[in-house]
Design a protein around this ligand. Sequence first.
Ligand SMILES: NC(=O)c1ccc[n+]([C@@H]2O[C@H](COP(=O)([O-])OP(=O)(O)OC[C@H]3O[C@@H](n4cnc5c(N)ncnc54)[C@H](OP(=O)(O)O)[C@@H]3O)[C@@H](O)[C@H]2O)c1
Length: 335
Amino acid sequence: MRAVMVNEPGGPEVMRIAADLPLPEPKPNEVRIRVAYAGLNFFDVLQRSGRYLRKPKYPTVLGGEISGIVDQAGDSVNHLSPGQPVCALTGSSGGYAEYAVAEADAVIPLPHAMPLKLAAAYPLQVLTAWGVLNVSAKAHHPGEWVLVHAAAGGVGTILCQLARDAGNLVIATAGTDEKCAHAKKHGAQWAINYKTEAWPQRVREITGGHGVDIICDSVGKETQTGNMRAIANFGRVVIFGYASGEPKYDMNVLWGRSAGITTYGLYHHVLHETITKRSIRETLPRVINGELKLPVGGIYPLEQVAQAHEALEGRQTIGKLLLEIDGNLRSERRQ
Ligand SMILES: NC(=O)c1ccc[n+]([C@@H]2O[C@H](COP(=O)([O-])OP(=O)(O)OC[C@H]3O[C@@H](n4cnc5c(N)ncnc54)[C@H](OP(=O)(O)O)[C@@H]3O)[C@@H](O)[C@H]2O)c1
């Protein structure tokens, strides 16, 4: 099978398309999936470049999220069978390939009517956004101010919608006017272009001096100082990524606002059965009925994976990016 391999960490040029890899064999609790689309995530950039918290074992096949059709179920898997449309989290590797394996618990069965393109945009970023807000930020108080950084990105676009739909007042930051317009179209009531405006001051103005109660932050180092100017007393900052480098928060500065800092990892979310089931129950039907939008900002063929990574780490993308592996998969099965 074909797959995108990385033999050693580095820039986009280290990705190679291997043409003749053996099909991965599912263990008893796993499922092998014929892949239609793989989701492209900033996480993959970190894996490729060796900057992620947990380093992968090289050589590795990149990709943590796919949609497709079940090809083979392991011996102890009873609820999934060949031919079933699914999306899945493949862990930290294996998704950029014609076939991938996933643990059965990380495979989400789909209705036949759901397009596999939309399905590939679902699990990693939607569950992350849901978990950041509901588990880590404990955004259970409608009317609170929520600040979303990188708000036009894959996760950011969903955070803005979920926070708005929960009754919060949403302020977005992003790096271009076009990105700000995208965030406003998807749930943010206010959007600040941080390249042209001093965003912490602007947050204070918008909130009438109160500051924001929740900050959803995947940027890290570059937003750390501003976050402490923008946070409300008793506010909480959720760090769920650090695209610009690791932030170092000072306890005294946090205490100066009685503010809390917390983190979020999808890895822990999917280990928790109740949280996982609830997050899927509260989001998947809304994606299927179109209430929760997953705008796709680019679909790249496997051969153009390097261009996709360049765009993603070059901050040029809006919404979700996909790798098309076999876009005809579903229609072939229906004939
Ligand atoms: N904790 C978890 O389990 C988990 C799960 C999924 C994703 N994440 C994290 O969530 C973040 C968003 O992921 P995504 O896939 O949806 O990506 P994305 O937001 O679509 O793309 C990254 C965006 O981050 C902003 N950014 C700020 N500083 C940057 C820098 N130094 N380099 C590159 N981009 C920078 C850019 O937006 P602007 O131009 O607006 O600045 C860029 O477009 C990533 O940090 C990712 O690692 C964490």
